[in-house]
Design a protein around this ligand. Sequence first.
Ligand SMILES: [Zn+2]
Length: 58
Amino acid sequence: MTDARCPRCTGPLGENAASSRVTTDRSIRICTFCGTDEADRDVRGKAPIPPRDWPLPR
Ligand SMILES: [Zn+2]
């Protein structure tokens, strides 16, 4: 479990994984950084980055 990776950024998923909002059922687990980034994009009115464009370049 400790080596789980975030599919969005390929970074470590961590213990406090978030649920990505790009899917209606929120079944994709992402790291807290990506969860914050998605929330930030949402606040700014930007469309979420779809999973087909993952992993994101660093
Ligand atoms: Zn991530």
